[in-house]
Design a protein around this ligand. Structure first.
Ligand code: COA
Length: 153
């Protein structure tokens, strides 16, 4: 069974994340969406809220599980029988960060590989903070996030 981990802050999950997740679920038997707990970051939503919003948004995708974890994602992957981490790339600016992340992960555990999906053209500008800013300024963001996020804003 091919298991992949899709890690991130998901603060909150967006339709950009969901698009990448949906595409990953067609390639892997199971994808675990992992809310990575980073206590040094100031989050808008609690870990529990973020997990719950993802669970609701992915309820109709059978091969998705949602979890949260502290510590290294590669360690979590190994413990859960996953050989791959999924990440999305929106622009060249993402590449540099992802390349460093991939190198750090490889240093920690070279047996876990990273697979990248290119964000679809209409989703390249989406980020969690941009969505919150648009929302706070009265823009209708219902096309950018799932219903589970809208109801908590
Ligand atoms: N669609 C929409 N938004 C996207 C996106 C997409 N396809 N891809 C990235 N983003 C946005 C997010 O919305 C977020 O926006 P924000 O900054 O405005 O909130 C931003 O890109 C970055 O978010 P994310 O992808 O969640 O990355 P991150 O830097 O917060 O977290 C982890 C990266 C969690 C995967 C990584 O830090 C991790 O694995 N941490 C655990 C510890 C570890 O293993 N570290 C690695 C070795 S040092």
């Amino acid at each position: 069974m091919k298991i992949a981990i899709y890690p991130g802050s998901f603060d909150p999950i967006t339709n950009g994340h969901l698009d990448i997740l949906q595409r990953a679920t067609k390639i892997f038997d199971k994808v675990i969406v992992l809310v990575a707990i980073n206590s040094s970051k100031n989050h808008r939503f609690t870990v529990e809220e973020r997990v719950q919003m993802i669970k609701e948004a992915t309820a109709d995708i059978p091969n998705v599980e949602v979890d949260s974890s502290e510590g290294l994602t590669v360690k979590y992957a190994k413990e859960h029988g996953a050989g791959t981490l999924i990440r999305g790339l929106r622009a060249v600016s993402d590449f540099e960060y992802e390349f460093r992340l991939a190198s750090a992960n490889e240093f920690a555990d070279a047996s876990i590989d990273m697979v990248f999906f290119m964000a679809r053209g209409d989703k390249t500008f989406i980020s969690s903070s941009a969505i919150i800013e648009l929302y706070n300024n009265g823009v209708d963001i219902s096309a950018l996030v799932p219903e589970s996020v809208i109801k908590r804003l």
